[in-house]
Ligand binder design. Structure first.
Ligand SMILES: Nc1nc2c(ncn2[C@@H]2O[C@H](COP(=O)(O)OP(=O)(O)OP(=O)(O)O)[C@@H](O)[C@H]2O)c(=O)[nH]1
Length: 279
């Protein structure tokens, strides 16, 4: 049995940087990591690949050559290309994942990265929600949606709501009200309303946040992923103290984690009091 992550997300959302940062972090805590580059366009890789699709003729040949077969004990990070249809529509990638999970007994979590700056535009945020929902429904894996580059969240403008509004996806009617004030989106009002209702009806999408350069932020994601794919229950090759600290370690309540992230990366300490949806 092997564990790992399927790292997906639109172009530029930070997948390769994530795989590089995550592999370094996991090696530091004693895991034997193999990164699999599935993006043929990744010509300059910051990480050392165990398997690179550029050199790949048949996946099985490479797996055999590098002793990365189903019985290997590596922790896998699959760096996907950014074409969203691969993880929201097409069956090819899903079939490969299906073989890994059902035939090879891999325990994988999909980590879907979305650039955090999309939150600064309500229309783009709705698109990010839809994309996340489609990926969840399509891949059928334990799934974690991540607002990546959280350190840059306000780089394209101030956010209308506090961070927990965007991470928890609790009540999108506030977003619709906000969209209604924008004349550009007025003609899509009904469509946007229906899309928001659809997302709320599924009640599946929420986000966690990540700054890949911040090791506490990476550690929080590792804890979530370890719980989602069952690594937390597995025999572990690293040292037991690290295991207790990382895999089995408690997570702060979302409320406190969001508040800490907001305090760190939002320009003002308590932004947008007039729009605070918790009031
Ligand atoms: N500030 C900041 N920048 C980041 C972070 N993660 C990624 N980046 C930057 O975002 C840009 C895109 O990152 P990539 O890792 O190339 O994104 P990708 O999803 O692999 O891109 P494609 O291969 O085109 O699909 C790079 O310039 C990274 O340095 C982060 O957490 N914070």
């Amino acid at each position: 049995m092997a564990y790992g992550q399927v790292v997906v997300g639109p172009p530029g959302s930070g997948k390769t940087t994530y795989c590089n940062g995550m592999s370094q972090f996991l090696r530091l805590i004693g895991r034997k990591v193999a990164v699999v580059n599935l993006d043929p366009a990744n010509d300059e890789l910051p990480y050392e690949c165990a398997v690179n699709i550029e050199e790949l003729i048949r996946l099985e040949d490479v797996m055999a050559e590098h002793s990365l077969g189903p019985n290997g004990d590596h922790y896998f990070l699959f760096d996907f290309p950014g074409q969203v249809e691969l993880f929201t529509l097409h069956s090819n990638a899903k079939n490969v994942i299906h073989v890994m999970t059902n035939k090879w007994d891999y325990r994988l979590t999909a980590v879907h990265l979305v650039d955090a700056h999309l939150c600064s535009d309500p229309g783009k945020y709705v698109s990010a929600l839809l994309l996340s929902l489609s990926a969840m429904l399509h891949l059928e894996l334990p799934h974690i949606n991540v607002l990546s580059k959280i350190d840059l969240i306000e780089s394209y403008g101030k956010l209308a709501f506090n961070l927990d509004f965007y991470t928890d996806v609790q009540d999108l009617s506030y977003l619709q009200n906000h969209l209604d004030q924008d004349p550009r989106s007025a003609k899509y009002r009904k469509l946007t309303k229906s899309l928001c209702e659809l997302i709320e009806d599924y009640s599946l999408v929420s986000f966690t946040t990540l700054n890949i350069q911040d090791k506490e932020s990476v550690m929080d994601i590792v804890k979530l992923i370890d719980k989602s794919n069952g690594y937390v229950f597995a025999g572990i090759e690293g040292n037991i103290n690290e295991f207790n600290k990382i895999a089995a370690g408690p997570l702060d309540w979302d409320y406190y984690r969001n508040a800490a992230v907001q305090e760190k990366y939002f320009k003002e300490e308590s932004s947008n009091e007039e729009n605070d949806v918790s009031e």
